[in-house]
Design a protein around this ligand. Structure first.
Ligand code: GLU
Length: 528
């Protein structure tokens, strides 16, 4: 076995990490997070990241689950160098990477432990185990250990007899641990850890010959030459078992990095991000909403390393992959998920994309999730790109879009099919005031204007109608005017777009074109 799966020939310091999901058919944001941590750990060291599927629990098997999982990872650029790379497709020299295909391999090591006197078959029935539990009521150390481990000292004859009678058995570790002693390890995230040694004769193989997580973890991570086991911190408490198992098997212990779960704030307290309660716990949520991978990855990095945001401030245009990710800078207690923050990060990222990229991403998203938007956008690509280009690629681009599902509403007034009229005016503007402004403007509107002329024309409307073109002047003496130039342009903006807040109105009107603008102004005048 050692010769079949030799040490990897990697450069000094290269780390081998893995993601080892069980195929449940659901990819939790926490899996993507832990997967990203493992992936980055490998990548920053020029190492290897692989995916191993932990499918020993056949009862929990879900059709298509692996593809769901890989697709979720792929969507956010967590792509394995090796291992399970597609449903049923494996790549690499350290496989099989499906635990269900590794039974013989586990048995080799199980036999070795038996030969070394470190494992034994246990014939205890469920009732016998219940009985042991009952006896341990006042015992601080529960479980199958020491004097309670009834099968620990069976003779070979007894064992043979039980087996020949066809009694089912499990294989247990003959734990060499001492409860009085401590085991130590240095977790890459949690720091120095000290726990009592394991004394439990844990099950290594179940009665069907399938390994438990503990045993498979030791055998797989050893043979696949994992250097850093990055996994959820729910496994921390099992570490004494794992350290002992590695030693019993004669394997070098890997480094551990136990990742705390992603938390959410609730009623002033904190709780784990929950599949049941939080839609954003599913990785599909981000795909369905159309968050670009750049945004999700950027946000995950802010959760992963608290110094990332400072780095970003001084490396604005740098590729995220050049950030020196460090396991030691991860949160020990669990990073807090914050939707508002994700949206801010994403708005910023999308604001910096060229219009064509936003267009391509949105079209790609709409193809799967919104056929109406897809049809509108692709009807005239140039028009759509121009819409998305308003107030973009400028020193201060607008940060309006957090995800592509927001684009439809954002651009709706450019398309008659989805434009919704709305003539609700600000409180200080009555319908009559608005009508008066629009009537005057309709007469003046000239599609040939450049931006300055366009604005000058709006300003020129002000005084005859009782408004001032000068906002400062208005603030000094508000009683003297009906309003200022901002109010006048707001009325025009609402009439043309149905909104109070939009990107550059001049650009919008230029794109809409003369006839649409005039039509909208007239419609508004009629409806007000
Ligand atoms: N299958 C285990 C889980 O999904 C893997 C833990 C590990 O990474 O070792 O929790």
């Amino acid at each position: 076995m050692e010769a079949m799966f030799p040490e990897r020939n990697l450069k000094e310091g290269a780390r081998v990490t893995r993601l080892a999901p069980s195929p449940t058919g659901f990819l939790h944001f926490g899996n993507l997070f832990t997967g990203t941590v493992a992936y980055k750990t490998a990548k920053v060291s020029d190492g290897v990241f692989y995916v191993r599927v932990e499918d020993t629990d056949q009862k929990r098997k879900v059709e298509g689950a692996i593809e769901v999982m890989l697709e979720g990872l792929r969507a956010f650029d967590v792509i394995a160098d090796e291992g399970v790379v597609g449903e049923g497709t494996e790549k690499g020299d350290y496989g099989p990477y499906y635990q269900s295909k590794r039974k013989e391999i586990y048995h080799v090591f199980a036999k070795k432990l038996v030969l070394d006197g470190l494992a034994y078959p246990c014939f205890c029935s469920a009732e016998a185990l219940d009985e042991i539990r009952a006896q341990q009521e006042n015992e601080p150390q529960k479980g199958y250990w020491g004097k309670y481990a009834a099968c620990r000292n069976l003779t070979i004859d007894e064992i043979e007899k039980n087996i020949s009678e066809g009694k089912p058995w499990t294989l247990r570790l003959k734990s060499p641990g001492d409860a009085e002693k401590k085991c130590f390890f240095d977790d890459m995230i949690k720091g120095k850890i000290e726990m009592p040694e394991n004394v439990q004769d844990v099950v290594l193989l179940k009665s069907d010959g399938i390994p438990t997580y503990h045993f498979a973890h030791a055998v797989d991570d050893h043979l696949m030459r994992t250097t850093h086991v990055v996994r959820g911190d729910e496994w921390m408490s099992s570490c004494p078992i794992h350290l002992q198992l590695f030693r019993c098997l004669g394997f070098r212990v890997p480094k551990y990095a136990h990742v705390a779960p992603i938390m959410k704030e609730e009623n002033g307290g904190k709780r784990k991000l929950s599949k049941r309660k939080d839609p954003e716990a599913a990785v599909t949520f981000y795909v369905e909403k159309g968050y670009p991978k750049e945004s999700v990855n950027e946000y995950i990095m802010t959760l992963m390393n608290s110094n990332f945001e400072d780095w970003r401030k001084t490396n604005k245009d740098a590729d995220i992959n050049s950030f020196p990710f460090n396991l030691k800078k991860m949160s020990v207690s669990g990073a807090l998920f914050d939707m508002v923050k994700l949206n801010d990060v994403s708005k910023n990222i999308i604001s910096l994309m060229p219009a064509k990229k936003v267009y391509d991403y949105t079209v790609q998203w709409a193809k799967d999730y919104d056929s109406e938007l897809y049809n509108l956008l692709t009807r005239d690509e140039e028009y759509s790109v121009n819409i998305l280009n308003i107030d973009r690629e400028t020193p201060k681009p607008r940060k309006d879009i957090a995800c592509f599902s927001e684009v439809k509403d954002y651009i709706s007034y450019f398309f008659p099919e989805i434009y919704e009229k709305n003539y609700e005016m600000p409180e200080n503007i009555t319908s009559d005031m608005a009508k008066e402004i629009l009537e005057a403007y309709l007469k003046e509107f000239n599609p040939a204007d450049d931006k300055q002329q366009w604005f000058d024309r709006i300003k020129a409307l002000c005084e005859p109608l009782g408004y001032t073109p000068n906002v400062k002047e208005y603030k000094k003496n508000p009683e003297a005017y009906k309003g200022h130039v901002g109010d006048v342009s707001t009325v025009i903006r609402i009439a043309v777009t149905g909104r109070r807040n939009t990107p550059d109105l001049y650009a919008i009107m230029s794109l809409l074109g003369e006839s649409t603008v005039k039509e909208r102004l007239s419609d508004a005048i009629k409806s007000l």
